[in-house]
Design a protein around this ligand. Structure first.
Ligand code: SF4
Length: 603
């Protein structure tokens, strides 16, 4: 669309800016453009909750185009949870409708004097008061926004009660999907911005629309046919697989096989809880599994838990009651909390309670592994920001300052809680956590599961080759996140056989096929430059001592540990592959190769 909408909340001012073709060619869109703007506009010392922090939302060139699953858009901001750069992507209809409104991106800056929400209607921006529903949960809040603007079909992104009350792990909910990790919702609320609604009826200009329509039909058929397991189970399909391989973190990473696995596996979920599928914009796969609790203490709760939420709220907390997982996941969505952070942080609190480091008086109740009701109540406390829940909802960075003796039980990297994969069970995922651009993350850091565990091409306990592997997956993910398409559908529809650059040409007229990996590397390197500017170096790329010193006690990975020496070897290979020095700083030579030598200057 060539344009970005900039809204300054302090001044109540709206500007439309153009993006130069050279910037598109270098950074593609989505995550790439968000990183580019962040690099140029957010200083190393910017307080995440100050008006100087900004939210950079960007779609990709494929977002909203009539191709399967072109739903994704990205945000970059300074994270209150980690104190560092944050990138995150979400599905939902917002990205497509931002494009239909005429914009590739939306930049929010400053701070409104009173609680407000924005409505972008066919390119025009309206400011509305949000005072009447400032403290509302995300579901009812979304309905109120639609009621006020009088447009039921609008897409709404919204900060929940957790965000407005000060939870640093607060997400932004978008049509039931979310910018989950890192606290973007808290940043939004700090700007007195409750929600942004968008509804557009414009068209995305296409270079060769007829050929693209043919391709789209074929792609829809391929995507639908090639992902039956995704449609049937969603990401929950991996729960049983990871557990069988001894890679399923349980009880705050004290073991990697879960003794309650039978009642949280995908097959059990399907049989006892699944109600229907849910899909993002124009997606024939519909991987979200809407589940409902029909009896017991959590009767009536409904949500669509992903693999990660099942792992962190389930096995990590020792909870084998799928009803409790559905309830906790629902509350996370309604309060607007990152369910992954919430689960991993509660697991840490459970271990600290059982070790006597946190008392019943401090927590307000007993908090033992396996107690689903206590876990759900703690989510409520975190969302309401009351009692000890208000402390847990601030995240590990805050908790480390207040309770330094509990740091050994925090499973994190750069203060971002771990995802539900055990690095001692396959070493590459450890490197992914350590080198991810937003702290411990399996997506941005590189989802090595297919290569290390499923392909048969890699020895999961090997060290050599993992640095190169992780770099390749990270760079691929960086360009996919910048295209604006879901990674599941991208491979399903045959983008891999027919390079996505061909499709890009049909859409934009520019064939970037041969350059996509280079663009991915450029984006990843720019994100590292940002982190370096914010104080990150090799010292911050390590994993918690538990991973490096404690051997796994049971299962197929029994006895495995990822020692510092082993990790250093992977890290050295990774830095060398990236052209970074021994301290993890990109070299001038690599910056020149990637045309990033402008950094510090203007492009
Ligand atoms: S595959 Fe799942 S996550 Fe991806 S676009 Fe479809 S419904 Fe959304």
């Amino acid at each position: 669309m060539g344009k970005v909408l900039r809204v300054n909340l302090t001044e109540g001012k709206v500007d439309v800016e153009e993006i130069s073709p050279r910037v598109y060619e270098q950074f593609l869109g989505g995550r790439g453009l968000a990183a580019f703007y962040y690099y140029n506009e957010i200083g190393a010392d910017t307080d995440p909750l100050s008006p100087e922090n900004k939210l950079f939302f960007f779609t990709g060139p494929l977002t909203g185009v009539r191709l399967p699953s072109t739903t994704k858009f990205n945000v970059a901001t300074k994270s209150p949870q980690t104190g560092l750069y944050l990138c995150s992507n979400s599905g939902g209809d917002f990205g497509p409708h931002l494009k239909f409104s005429g914009f590739d991106g939306l930049i929010i800056e400053g701070r409104a004097e009173r609680p407000i929400f924005l409505y972008i209607r066919d390119g025009q921006v309206e400011f509305h008061s949000a005072e009447a529903f400032w403290d509302e949960e995300t579901g009812p809040g979304t309905e109120i926004v639609k009621e006020i603007i009088g447009e039921k079909r609008a897409s709404v992104m919204i900060a929940g009660k957790g965000a407005v009350r000060g939870a640093d792990i607060a997400c932004i909910m978008v049509d039931g999907r979310s910018f989950g990790r890192g606290g973007a919702g808290r940043v939004m609320a700090s700007k007195n911005l409750k929600a942004v609604a968008v509804w557009g009826r414009g068209k995305i200009p296409l270079y060769r629309p007829e050929v693209l329509a043919e391709f789209s039909q074929e792609a829809m058929r391929k995507a639908r046919a090639s992902r039956p397991v995704h449609t049937r189970f969603g990401t929950a399909q991996y729960t049983g697989i990871l557990n069988e391989l001894g890679c399923y973190p349980s009880y705050n990473f004290r073991t990697s096989v879960f003794d309650g696995i039978e009642t949280i596996k995908a097959e059990y979920m399907e049989k006892h809880y699944k109600v229907k599928n849910k899909a993002c914009y124009y997606c024939p796969i519909g991987c979200a599994q809407v589940c409902e609790v029909k009896e017991g203490p959590f009767k009536g709760f409904r949500s669509d838990p992903e693999y990660e939420s099942i792992g962190t709220l389930g096995a990590q907390c020792g909870v084998a009651d799928f009803g409790a997982i559905i309830a906790a996941n629902n509350l996370c969505d309604e309060y607007g909390l990152d369910s992954m952070s919430a689960g991993t942080i509660i697991a840490y609190a459970m271990e600290c309670f059982e070790l006597g480091l946190f008392s019943k008086e401090l927590i307000g109740r007993e908090l033992r592994f396996g107690d689903g009701e206590a876990m759900v109540e703690m989510i409520r406390d975190m969302g309401e920001m009351r009692g000890f829940g208000a402390e847990l909802a601030r995240g590990f960075r805050y908790l480390a300052g207040k309770y330094p003796e509990t740091i050994p039980y925090m499973m994190h990297c750069k203060w971002m809680p771990f995802a539900a994969y055990e690095p001692r069970g396959f070493f590459g995922i450890g490197l992914s956590y350590g080198t991810s651009s937003r702290g411990a993350c399996h997506n941005v850091g590189g989802w090595t599961i297919r290569d290390e565990l499923l392909s048969g091409e890699y020895d999961r306990f090997a060290i050599k080759g993992k640095g190169v592997l992780v770099k390749r997956i990270q760079d691929t993910r960086a360009y996919v996140d910048s295209l604006g398409i879901c990674t599941v559908a991208r491979s399903a529809m045959g983008f891999n056989d027919r390079p996505s650059g061909n499709v890009l040409e049909l859409v934009t007229g520019v064939d970037l096929t041969p350059r996509l990996m280079e663009i991915g590397e450029r984006i990843y390197t720019l994100e590292r430059l940002i982190l370096v500017r914010e104080g990150v170096s090799r010292k911050d790329d390590y994993l918690p001592e538990r991973i490096m010193k404690e051997a796994l006690p049971e299962g197929p990975a029994q006895g495995k540990v990822l020692t510092k020496e082993m990790y250093d070897e992977m890290l050295d290979e990774y830095y060398a592959a990236r052209g970074w020095d021994k301290d993890g700083i990109p070299t001038c030579e690599r910056l020149q190769q990637l045309a990033l030598d402008w950094t510090g200057q203007t492009l």
